[in-house]
Ligand binder design. Structure first.
Ligand code: FES
Ligand SMILES: [Fe+2]
Length: 444
C-alpha cells in the first residue's frame, strides 16, 4: 500500500494526519477507483428493503460501480445474494428488479440455476470437460437484514452485520424501522461526488444559509452531534422555537403561528416526511387553537402521541425528542437522513460509474405501519432524468441546488484543503476518517 501511495501520489488525499480534508478526494478518478477496490467490497451496504422481495423468485439487482449482485428470495423465503455474473462467459444476469419464475436463466447460452444458485442446466454439457458443481453454481455474497433493510457485503467472511452497525441498532430500533414500509422512491443523478452528498446531509451547520426559512421554528443551535467508531448521528432541536440567530424576543412569539409554521414546513417543504395518516392529524393540530398556557411543543407532542395511539402505533417508549424532532443518522457509508417517530426520510447515494463528479442519489420515504395493518403497495421507483427540473420539495431542492456549485468549486486546482466546524461538522470529519480506514488501511 505504501508503494502505491508513493508511486501515485494518492496518499496526499488522506485526511488522517491532516488538519484539512483534501479536495482531490471528491474529484480524483484514482481515489474513486481506490474506493471501488477497497471501500465498497469491504462494507455492509443496503441493497434494498425486505418489502421489495415478497414472492419466491423476487429479485433486486444492486450495483455500485463495477460491483454487482442480485438479492433473490428462495422457495423457502430465504434471501440469498449472488454475484451478478454468469459463471460461463460472464454475462450479467439481472437488471433492476422483478421475478424469476422458479429458475434463473442466462440470456446468452441459456444456462440455468435454481433460486438457491445451484446449476440445473448446461446446453451440450457433454462437450465440456467435467465441471465441478461449485464452479458452475452462482457465487454467493453475504446478506443480512436489519430494520427492514437488506444489507449485502461483497467481501469474503465479513464481520457480522450487527457488529458493523455498532451502536446504531440500539439508537434506531426504538423507531421500529422494521415496521416501516416504503411509501415513495425517487432516483436521479446529481452533479456531485457521492461524498459531497453524504457530507451535505450529515450536518445542520448549513441550515442557516441554505434553508433559512426553517429557522423561524427550528433552533438549529440546539442540534447535538455524536460520532461513533464508524457511524454518526445528530439530533435534538425538536421543540418548536425560532433559532436564536434570528434574535426574536420570546415574548413576541405567537405559539399558534410557531406550530403552524413547523407543521406546514414539514408537510409542504419535505413532502413524504409524514405519511398520509399523519397528515390528517397534523391538519387537525393546525386548525385547533392552543389552550391557554400550553406551548406549541407541549401541544404538538400530546397531539402526535394521541394520533399514534389512534392509528394503532406504540410510541410509549419514545422520548419527547424522538416524537418531536428525531435523529439524523448516517449508516456508513451511504444511507442517511432524518427519522422521527413514524417515519424516515432517507437518502442513499452511490458513485456513478467512473465519473467522480456525479453520483446516483435516491430519496426513500418510509412510514411506520401497525403490525396488523395491510402493508401499502410498493411504490414504483420514480426516475428523475434532470434532478434540478423536478420539485422535490423546497428543502431538498435547496440542498440539490448546492451540489453543482460545491463540486465545481472543489475542482478548482490548488484550492486549499477543506476545514470543518469541530462541533457541528464532527460527523463530516469522522466520515472521511472512516473512509481512510478502508482506502488507506488502519495505519492510515
Ligand atoms: S454466458 Fe451465460 S450461459 Fe453463456
Ligand atoms: Fe439541507
Amino acid at each position: 500500500m505504501t508503494v502505491l501511495r508513493e508511486q501515485s501520489g494518492v496518499g496526499k488525499l488522506q485526511c488522517v494526519g491532516s488538519d484539512t480534508i483534501p479536495r482531490g478526494r471528491f474529484t480524483s478518478r484514482e481515489f474513486l477507483q481506490l474506493e471501488y477496490e477497497r471501500l465498497w467490497p469491504q462494507v455492509w451496504q443496503i441493497a434494498c428493503r425486505v418489502e421489495e422481495l415478497t414472492e419466491p423468485g423476487s429479485f433486486v439487482e444492486y450495483s455500485v460501480g463495477p460491483l454487482s449482485l442480485m438479492v433473490v428470495k428462495g422457495e423457502s423465503g430465504r434471501l440469498r445474494a449472488f454475484l451478478n455474473t454468469c459463471p460461463h462467459r460472464g454475462t450479467r444476469l439481472a437488471d433492476g428488479c422483478g421475478r424469476f419464475h422458479g429458475e434463473i436463466r442466462c440470456r446468452f447460452h441459456g444456462w440455468r440455476w435454481d433460486l438457491d444458485g445451484t446449476n440445473t442446466f448446461i446446453l451440450d454439457q457433454h462437450e465440456f470437460p467435467p465441471l465441478d458443481p461449485e464452479d458452475v453454481g452462482l457465487r454467493e455474497a453475504s446478506v443480512d437484514i436489519w430494520g427492514g433493510f437488506v444489507f449485502v457485503h461483497f467481501g469474503k467472511n465479513p464481520q457480522p452485520l450487527l457488529a458493523f452497525l455498532g451502536p446504531m441498532p440500539a439508537l434506531l430500533d426504538p423507531y421500529h424501522p422494521e415496521r416501516m414500509r416504503l411509501t415513495g422512491r425517487k432516483a436521479t443523478i446529481v452533479p456531485a461526488n457521492w461524498k459531497v452528498v453524504v457530507d451535505a446531509f450529515n450536518e445542520g451547520y448549513h441550515i442557516a444559509a441554505t434553508h433559512p426559512e426553517l429557522l423561524r421554528w427550528k433552533d438549529d443551535t440546539a442540534l447535538a452531534y455524536k460520532v461513533f467508531d464508524t457511524h454518526t448521528l445528530y439530533g435534538g432541536g425538536g421543540e418548536p422555537r425560532p433559532s436564536p440567530r434570528l434574535g426574536i424576543d420570546p415574548e413576541d412569539i405567537d405559539q399558534n403561528d410557531l406550530l403552524a409554521m413547523k407543521i406546514r414546513d414539514l408537510v409542504e417543504n419535505l413532502p413524504g416526511y409524514f405519511g398520509p395518516d399523519d397528515l390528517a392529524a397534523l391538519d387537525e393540530i393546525i386548525s385547533t387553537p392552543l389552550p391557554a398556557g400550553v406551548s406549541a411543543g407541549q401541544f404538538y407532542l400530546a397531539r402526535r402521541r394521541q394520533g399514534a395511539i389512534d392509528r394503532g402505533l406504540d410510541w410509549s417508549h419514545l422520548d419527547d425528542e424522538q416524537v418531536m424532532g428525531g435523529d439524523d443518522p448516517l449508516l456508513f457509508p451511504n444511507l442517511l437522513g432524518p427519522m422521527v417517530a413514524g417515519g424516515w426520510f432517507a437518502y442513499r447515494c452511490r458513485p456513478n460509474g467512473d465519473d467522480p463528479s456525479t453520483s446516483i442519489f435516491e430519496l426513500w420515504t418510509l412510514q411506520e405501519f401497525p403490525e396488523c395493518a395491510t402493508p401499502p403497495e410498493l411504490p414504483a421507483i420514480e426516475w428523475i432524468p434532470e434532478c434540478r427540473e423536478h420539485d422535490w420539495g423546497l428543502v431538498v431542492n435547496q440542498d440539490l441546488a448546492n451540489f453543482a456549485a460545491i463540486q465545481r468549486g472543489l475542482m478548482v486546482p490548488e484550492g486549499p484543503g477543506l476545514r470543518w466546524n469541530l462541533r457541528q461538522e464532527m460527523g463530516v470529519r469522522r466520515f472521511h476518517e472512516v473512509i481512510d480506514r478502508y482506502v488507506f488501511g488502519e495505519a492510515g
